[in-house]
Ligand binder design. Structure first.
Ligand code: ATP
Ligand code: MG
Length: 482
C-alpha cells in the first residue's frame, strides 16, 4: 500500500533528509545483497508516514552483529551498542550523522521493570516488532517503501492514538519507562494541530503501574522528561497525568488545586505554572527545555509558603528563594547537568524581580546577572504574568519596551561591565604609579573596587567612558582614599 513512499518523502523532504535516506538505502541494499533482510524501523517509519522527518534513522536487520561487520567492512563503524546488537555505521557521504543498525532481537524476561535479563537475536522481523513499545513505533518499512505493520500502527497513527503493543500491564511491568514514553509521545506528536491521545486500556495500565517508575534510573527519566516538556502538548499531558509525573516530581502534587486567594491570579498554582510553561519563549540563550522547566517549577514553593492575611488575601513571601532550593533538589534527584541546574535555579530565584524602565538600573542588572540571564528572567517574568490570566496590554507593552532597551544597550555596545570600560587594571596601576602612596604600588583588590566605582559613575552618566576622564577620576578617588 505504501509502495513508493520513500520516493514521496524524498520529494517533500529537505536536501539533508533526502541525502540521509539515500545513504540508508545504500546500507540496506548492502545487507540485502549479502543475503540478509533489512528494514527501516521504529520512530523513523512513524515519522515518514506522518510525512515528517528529522528523527534519527534506525534500521533493523536479520544479520547478526558479526555478519553486519562483514558487510560493512569497507565502512567506518562504532561498536558501542554491539552487545545489544547495534552497529553504528558512518555512511561514506554523510559521516556526521551515523545510522544505527540493530539485529532483530527479542527481549528475555524482565525481573527489574527496566532491563531485559537477556536479549536474544532472532531471525525474523515479527519477533523484533513485538518487543517495541507502542503500535505507532512498531512498524517497519522496506527500501521500496512497503510498510510492515502487524499491530495496525498506521490505523492508530491516523487516529492519533498511542497504544501499547500487546498487554499494556505486562509491557509497563517489563519496562516502566514506557509509561513516561507514552506521555512523551502524547506531548510531542501532532496531527494537524491536534494532540495524540493515549488509548483507554493503555492509559488505565499507566495509572495502575505508575509506581514502577521508581525503579527507573534518573538518567532515563530525565531524558524523556526533557523531550516531553518541550512538546507542543506538554501542558495537556501534565494536566491530565500529573499523578504519574508526580511519582518522580512529587513537588508538583500539592500545586494541583492549590487556590491562591489573590486577585491577580485566576488559576490554582499548578494551572498557573503549566500556563507559564506553555507560553514561555526561549530567550535565545537557555535551551528550550530549561526555560520550560523553570516556568513549570517557578512557583513550586507556593503551597509551602502560603498564608492568608486578615482580609482573606493569599501571600507567598519568600516563595522564590524557597523554590530555588526545591528546584535544586528536584534537578539533583533527576541528575540534571550543571548548566541546567544553574540556569533553572537562577530563573526560579529571580522570577519575581521587579523590572523598571530605567536604563541605568537595567545596565546594573546586566552587569550583575549578565545580559543573557537578564533576558531569560524577563521572559520567565512575562510568561508568569501572562499565565495569571490577568495581564494587561499595558504590562505586555512594558515588557516589550524593556526587552528592546536591553537589546539596544547591547547593540549600541554601551558600557555596563568593567570589561567595557575604556581603562583596565594596568591603566589604574599606571595612575597609581604617579602617586606617592605606597598602598597602590602593588596590585590587589583595590583595582577591582576602583574599576567598579568608575563603572558606577559611567552607568550613572556622571562620567564619560573615555580614558582621560576615567584616569583623572581614578587619581581623584585614590587621592581621596584614606
Ligand atoms: P525519537 O523521535 O525521539 O527518536 P523514537 O520512536 O525513535 O522517537 P527512540 O527512543 O529513538 O524513539 O527509540 C527507537 C525505537 O525503539 C522506538 O520507536 C521503539 O520502537 C523502540 N523503543 C525504544 N525504547 C523502547 C522501550 N523502552 N520499550 C520498547 N521499545 C522501545
Ligand atoms: Mg529515535
Amino acid at each position: 500500500m505504501f509502495c513508493g513512499f520513500v520516493k514521496m518523502i524524498l520529494k517533500k523532504g529537505t536536501a539533508e533528509t533526502m541525502n540521509r535516506i539515500t545513504e540508508a538505502d545504500k546500507l540496506i541494499e548492502m545487507l540485502e545483497t549479502a543475503g540478509h533482510e533489512a528494514y527501516y524501523v521504529g520512530g523513523c517509519v512513524r515519522d515518514f508516514l506522518r510525512a515528517q522527518t528529522g528523527a534519527d534513522i534506525d534500521v533493523t536487520t536479520s544479520a547478526t552483529p558479526d555478519e553486519m561487520k562483514e558487510v560493512f567492512a569497507g565502512l567506518r563503524y562504532f561498536e558501542t551498542g554491539i552487545q545489544h546488537g547495534t552497529l553504528t555505521v558512518l555512511t561514506p557521504d554523510d559521516a556526521h550523522r551515523p545510522i544505527e543498525i540493530t539485529t532483530f532481537r527479542t527481549d528475555g524476561a524482565y525481573t527489574d521493570n527496566r532491563h531485559p535479563d537477556t536479549v536474544r537475536f532472532v531471525r525474523n522481523l515479527e519477533e523484533d516488532l513485538a518487543r517495541r513499545d507502542f503500535t505507532i513505533n512498531a512498524m517497519a518499512m522496506d527500501r521500496k517503501g512497503e510498510a510492515i505493520d502487524i499491530y495496525e500502527g498506521q490505523t492508530d497513527l491516523q487516529a492519533g492514538l498511542i497504544r501499547a503493543v500487546g498487554d499494556p500491564d505486562r509491557r509497563f511491568q517489563e519496562d516502566a519507562l514506557r509509561i513516561l514514553r507514552a506521555l512523551r509521545f502524547a506531548a510531542v506528536l501532532d496531527r494537524g494541530g491536534e494532540s495524540f491521545a493515549i488509548e483507554a486500556a493503555t492509559e488505565a495500565a499507566m495509572f495502575r503501574n505508575k509506581e514502577l517508575l521508581r525503579n527507573i534510573s534518573a538518567e532515563r527519566i530525565y531524558a524523556e522528561l526533557k523531550k516531553l516538556i518541550t512538546g507542543p502538548y506538554a501542558g495537556i499531558v501534565i494536566r491530565r497525568y500529573v499523578e504519574i509525573i508526580g511519582v518522580f516530581i512529587p513537588e508538583l502534587l500539592p500545586m494541583k488545586g492549590f487556590e491562591q486567594h489573590n486577585p491577580y491570579h485566576k488559576y490554582d498554582v499548578l494551572e498557573h505554572c503549566v500556563r507559564a510553561m506553555e507560553v514561555v519563549e526561549g530567550a535565545g540563550f537557555a535551551e528550550g527545555y530549561q526555560m520550560k522547566l523553570a516556568a513549570l517549577l517557578h512557583d513550586v514553593a507556593k503551597p509551602q509558603k502560603f498564608f492568608l492575611d486578615e482580609n482573606g488575601v493569599g501571600h507567598m513571601y519568600g516563595h522564590a528563594a524557597a523554590g530555588e532550593e526545591m528546584v535544586r533538589n528536584i534537578l539533583n534527584r533527576l541528575k540534571a547537568d550543571n548548566e541546567t541546574k544553574k540556569r533553572v535555579c537562577m530563573l526560579v530565584k529571580y522570577h519575581d524581580l521587579v523590572f523598571q524602565e530605567d536604563r541605568r538600573l537595567l545596565k546594573k542588572w546586566m552587569n550583575r546577572y549578565t545580559p543573557e540571564m537578564l533576558l531569560e528572567i524577563l521572559h520567565i517574568k512575562r510568561a508568569d504574568n501572562l499565565a495569571t490570566g490577568n495581564m494587561s496590554e499595558e504590562l505586555a507593552q512594558k515588557f516589550d519596551r524593556i526587552e528592546a532597551e536591553i537589546r539596544a544597550i547591547l547593540e549600541e555596545e554601551q558600557c555596563f561591565s568593567v570589561k567595557d570600560l575604556a581603562v583596565d587594571g594596568s591603566d589604574l596601576m599606571a595612575v597609581a604609579g604617579g602617586l606617592s602612596d605606597q598602598r597602590w604600588q602593588t596590585s590587589g583588590p583595590w583595582i577591582r573596587s576602583l574599576l567598579q566605582a568608575l563603572l558606577d559613575d559611567v552607568i550613572e552618566g556622571t562620567l564619560p567612558n573615555e580614558k582621560e576622564a576615567l584616569t583623572a577620576r581614578a587619581a581623584e578617588l585614590l587621592k581621596k582614599a584614606d
